[in-house]
Design a protein around this ligand. Sequence first.
Ligand code: NAD
Length: 437
Amino acid sequence: MNICVVGAGYVGLVTGTVFADLGNEVTCVDKLGGKINALRAGRMPIYEPGLEEMVARNTADGRLSFTTDLASAVRRAEIVFIAVGTPPKADGDTDLSAVEEAAKGIGAAMDRYMVVVNKSTVPVGTGDFVRDVILRYQTQRVPFDVVSNPEFLREGSAIEDTLRPDRIVIGAPSQQVAMTLLELYAPLERPMIITDVHSAEMIKYASNAFLALKISFMNTIANVCEAAGADVTQVTKGVGLDARIGPAFLNAGLGYGGSCFPKDTDSLIHTAARLGHDFGILRAVVEVNRRRVPQFVEKITKVLAPLEDKVIAVLGLAFKPNTDDIRDAKSVDLIRLLWATGATIRAYDPVAVDNARAVLPASVRYASSAYEAAEGADAVVLVTEWNEFKAINLERLRVLMRRPLVFDGRNLWEPERMLRVGVEYYSIGRKPVVPSL
Ligand code: NAD
């Protein structure tokens, strides 16, 4: 099939590349000329394991190309995917201006029947909106259909998730229209749900809101564990083994961040309110999450105060491991709060430093390894659970530090190991480790 993907970001670039890998002819369109030029030169605008190789292979074979010319890409396509950003507005509503702009361009270029697929995460009813915009901007009266096909990939494992998703959701106005997407996805041999457009749009928000709820729930349990002297990692194991609950998304920590959960929970609260429903449980989820970093900074301050003259090494800046994405990353909130106390911040991340530099205070220093960050530091604060931190040499870390003190925001390390090595250790929902001198 000939496919056009509008928006060559995390979602558009990955799905477009996977579609090409399945044998389709794909053109990825982005309005950023710099991004398109970089992609044409084989440079990836994002870090995503396996992406560079797959892009190279498919561009070399002539199945994948990149352009800023939306009109010509649309005219060649049978299916056009919209995969542009849908950022939050200040009031929690979803900014649909990029979706609208894409729909205008598609409408203006359309010269024969095609299926327009919304892959961006958009509030229920946006399919109708996209339809209206296309109708208004069409220069030729040709029929078209709008389908909702929400994306569930996770950054850091985006290729794998796109090749082997838990399910593929297709919200279409008729079975016949759904068949186009069924055909496209058939080679993946994954479970598919065919439904109406509104329900498909809701599935995405309901899923993300429920996952966010699991996280905030367990983080609240962690607070209670801490107060009671219980161990949240044991509680998590015991809870997660219940098949009705499952172990995923139960790890206590600094809460959820990234470009999806925070905005999607806010958006659903907003949509529900617009439709006359107060989504109180979800507002509580958001509030619990908002308090995670300030509570952690309080913990750090209690142990380390005053912070003005202290050097704090922050390990991990990306909002989660295996990505360079720092949108709504907990590291950013944490560093800003610590920095405001006058502490000196030395940060390290395997791949996200360039992105972090653009948003963090200019006085933050960046190290080229975890050990370099920890050298002479009064405390190490773990924010992102990269594998390389898990395997860190704690003895070496202890020797390098001015004070062997670790705050673990993701329960990455074992308290027993810290005790053995002689590191003072504070984690989430577990007893602190204070080795005797
Ligand atoms: P992104 O910011 O990485 O990419 C969006 C791209 O669209 C950018 O490159 C931007 O330049 C381009 N763009 C914007 N307007 C355009 C236009 N009019 N014409 C052409 N290009 C345009 O965003 P993303 O992370 O890929 O997310 C895209 C959508 O997918 C969002 O709705 C998001 O909520 C959803 N989503 C994201 C993820 C994720 O993990 N990132 C997962 C599932 C769903």
